[in-house]
Design a protein around this ligand. Structure first.
Ligand code: HEM
Length: 180
């Protein structure tokens, strides 16, 4: 997993729960990197799992809620870091249907070692979209947050629902219905 995902996560933890909480989770998470991350580095995904699990225990918030909140936060990182990508698309559904064919393809070119999910679009109209998220990392709550924020970004509204297609959440179906 890319270092930026770690550095921004720790930023969010600091601004939400304070520096003491950052120190606590870093010291108690058994991290190969010892909690030293640079945004351009690459680190084991298990470190993120350990950090989020420790944070969840410490602040008594379920892991899935933390991942969801982090997705919302990370969207702002994406719009600040890659404003030109968001200018390329004129609607949220347009952008979402291009993650697989364009956006993440571009990310993989810049960071060959990035660990990205795949999205398979099953159905797409002007007002709705069905797609399957697949990733060994089961970060579907992160995807949910990014999808919702994409609509906000374009000042549009949608209801987004999801169905886990397996217990682990490595395969999840999303249904996005634009509110008109
Ligand atoms: C400008 C737009 C975007 C950029 C530049 C971008 C880039 C990235 C990067 C750098 C990562 C981390 C990869 C790693 O840690 O190795 C990532 C992960 C991820 N991205 Fe994107 N992304 C964008 C838009 C989106 C959108 C709109 C979605 C909405 C569904 C999405 C879904 C995800 C998910 C779910 C992950 C977590 C990894 C996983 O589930 O396996 N991305 N993306």
């Amino acid at each position: 997993m890319k270092g930026i995902v770690f550095t921004e996560f720790l930023e969010m933890v600091e601004s939400t729960f304070g520096l003491e909480t950052v120190d606590y989770i870093v010291e108690n998470s058994d991290l190969k990197s010892e909690g030293v991350y640079t945004s351009v580095g690459t680190y084991d995904f298990i470190e993120m799992v350990n950090l989020i699990t420790k944070l969840s225990e410490k602040v008594n918030i379920p892991v899935n809620n933390l991942i969801y909140e982090y997705g919302k936060y990370f969207f702002n990182v994406l719009t600040n870091s890659y404003p030109e990508i968001f200018k390329l698309y004129n609607s949220p559904l347009n952008l979402l249907s291009s993650i697989e064919s364009h956006i993440h393809v571009h990310v993989r070119k810049i960071y060959p070692e990035a660990e990205l999910p795949t999205f398979e679009v099953l159905e797409e109209t002007d007002s709705n979209m069905k797609m399957i998220y697949k990733s060994e990392r089961a970060m579907y709550m992160f995807a949910l947050a990014l999808i919702e924020k994409t609509f906000e970004h374009y000042h549009d509204k949608a209801t987004v629902s999801y169905e886990k297609l397996n217990e682990e959440g490595t395969k999840v179906k999303f249904e996005i219905e634009k509110v008109v």
